[in-house]
Design a binder for this molecule. Structure first.
Ligand SMILES: Nc1nc2c(ncn2[C@@H]2O[C@H](COP(=O)(O)OP(=O)(O)OP(=O)(O)O)[C@@H](O)[C@H]2O)c(=O)[nH]1
Length: 516
């Protein structure tokens, strides 16, 4: 019992483990969300594209093609959105390297945003000076060589014009390709301009100072702007994005490889499970076959047992009937015996008491029977006894009773007898039947009977009435014997008339109701 429950427990644990492994493998082979992976890669590409456009827009501002800087700020919200989406997709890249790469991208873009803000302020001031500077110099040169220089000595006019020429050329060159030598020459140009402008009118001086101020702005801001652009370029947003993209790509590829590997595991595992199932099914089938065989054997055994029980029951019933027959009947003649007779007589007396009818008992004792035995043997005597039983029985009514008490003694019990004549007629018939036996077993026999007759109209509740009635008949039979045998004799105590009212009956000494 304990072993069975342990086995069941182990089987259940094994089943759970097998199912868990199957679930795990199945889970690992589940197709990765390709859409999500594609979205990540598209986001990265878009981010790269926006970053490149951003850089191009910086260059456009650099060369003066974009002066309101709208395009510099436009991609920022979308870039932030893309960054946030990439951040939430980081677990798909699996690993700290991707997180680091993402951190670099975020930081680079954040710094780029700040640098671009500086660039915008820087570029706006520079742009203003670049727009102002060339026409202002040209205008001043015209003024100096024209009306403004009319009152000034020619060499001074030429010197200022030359200084302005040098300043214009050098500043424009510096704006295109700044370098230190040019910067130094510009400083010289500024110094000469500031020196030569003093010979001119205040208006010319003022213009020259303004031009110099803008030249300085260009000189300073161009350098600063170039530095900012260099710093922006050094941020390496493109490379960082590229790195992040490669890490995502690698992770996705690894996922595919892993999935493929687990698919192979799942395939092999499913095969093993299938084999196990086939094995279990075969075992189960075998068990069912054995159970079927055992069942059929049990059924057959059960049927045999049932048949044997039925047979035995029938035998027992037969034996019981036989025993009952033996208990109630005389084995030789098949007539009822003394015990059964007294029971029937008791009932007859009760009925007679209730109905007011007469019960008659005739005690028959054969005459000359001993001689048959002595002459022809006991077996012949038996045949005579049987013949008596058959013949007398044949003369009686169906409801009359013939019993053998033992030896050569028989008793006839009659109910509802009309009167003494009726009883005597039955005695005569019985006597004639017995006298009619002339041979037995091939031997001549001569036989008769002495019959004692008694009658009563019931027992009236008196105990021993049946025995008393039989005793009366027995005594009457002796009277017949004494009177010469082969006759019947009536008991003097026999009651033949209608019975008295039970309430008027007084108990008599011999247990019988008094004669009416
Ligand atoms: N064959 C046979 N004989 C029996 C049986 N039972 C008793 N007897 C014999 O029956 C005889 C009865 O004796 P009795 O009644 O004296 O014989 P009887 O010749 O009729 O004499 P009376 O009654 O005086 O006329 C005895 O010899 C018993 O042995 C039996 O079952 N079979």
């Amino acid at each position: 019992m304990l072993r069975t429950s342990r086995l069941r427990l182990a089987a259940a644990a094994l089943l759970i483990a097998l199912t868990a492994i199957l679930g795990y493998l199945y889970n690992r082979t589940q197709a990765a969300d390709i859409d999500a992976q594609n979205r990540v890669m598209l986001n990265l590409r878009e981010l790269e594209k926006l970053d490149a456009e951003w850089t191009v827009n910086i260059l456009r501002s650099h060369i003066g093609l974009d002066t309101d800087y709208v395009s510099l700020a436009a991609p920022l919200p979308r870039m932030r959105e893309l960054l946030a989406q990439l951040s939430s997709a980081l677990p798909m890249a699996r690993g700290p390297r991707a997180e680091r790469a993402y951190g670099e991208v975020a930081r680079a873009l954040h710094e780029k945003t700040a640098l671009v803000e500086q660039f915008k302020a820087q570029n706006a001031e520079l742009r203003k000076s670049l727009i102002y500077f060339p026409p202002a110099v040209t205008e001043l040169k015209s003024d100096v060589t024209g009306i403004g220089g009319a009152t000034v000595a020619a060499p001074r006019v030429l010197a200022l014009d030359a200084a302005l020429n040098g300043l214009l050329t050098d500043v424009l060159r510096f704006n295109l390709a700044p370098d230190d030598a040019l910067a130094r020459r510009i400083e010289t140009d500024i110094a000469l301009t500031m020196q030569h402008k003093n010979a001119f009118s205040p208006a010319v001086r003022e213009s020259a100072e303004a031009i110099v101020a803008h030249a300085r702005v260009i000189l300073r801001n161009r350098l600063l702007e170039n530095q900012l652009e260099a710093r922006i370029a050094a941020l390496g947003t493109t490379e960082a994005l590229d790195r992040l993209g490669r890490l995502f790509d690698k992770a996705f590829d690894q996922g595919q490889i892993e999935k493929q590997r687990f698919r192979t595991f799942l395939f092999i595992y499913s095969g093993i499970l299938l084999l196990l199932l086939i094995y279990a099914a075969r075992r189960l089938r075998r068990s069912y076959t054995i159970i079927g065989v055992v069942n059929r054997s049990l059924q057959a055994a059960n049927e045999t047992l049932e048949q044997r029980v039925a047979q035995r029951t029938a035998e027992l019933e037969a034996q019981s009937a036989q025993l009952q027959q033996l208990a109630l009947h005389d084995s030789l003649t098949g007539l009822i015996n003394y015990g059964q007779l007294t029971r029937l007589l008791d009932h007859a007396l009760v009925r007679a008491t209730r109905r007011g009818t007469i019960v008659v008992v005739m005690f028959i004792d054969l005459d000359g029977f001993k001689a048959v035995n002595d002459t022809w043997g006991h077996a012949t005597g038996d045949l005579v006894l049987k013949a008596v039983a058959e013949r007398v029985q044949a003369r009686l009514r169906k409801e009359d009773v013939l019993a053998r008490l033992g030896g050569d003694e028989f008793v006839i019990l009659l109910e509802e007898v009309s009167g003494r004549e009726g009883a005597e007629k039955v005695a005569q018939l019985a006597l004639a039947a017995i006298r009619g036996i002339k041979e037995a077993g091939g031997h001549p026999v001569e036989i008769a009977a002495s019959i004692g007759i008694s009658a009563t109209c019931g027992d009236w509740g008196v105990e021993g009435a049946a025995d008393a009635l039989l005793a009366e008949a027995d005594q009457a039979m002796y009277l017949a014997k004494q009177a010469g045998k082969s006759r019947w004799s009536l008991s003097p105590k026999a009651q033949w008339d209608s019975c008295p009212d039970p309430r008027s009956i007084a108990r008599s000494g011999d247990g019988r109701a008094p004669a009416g």
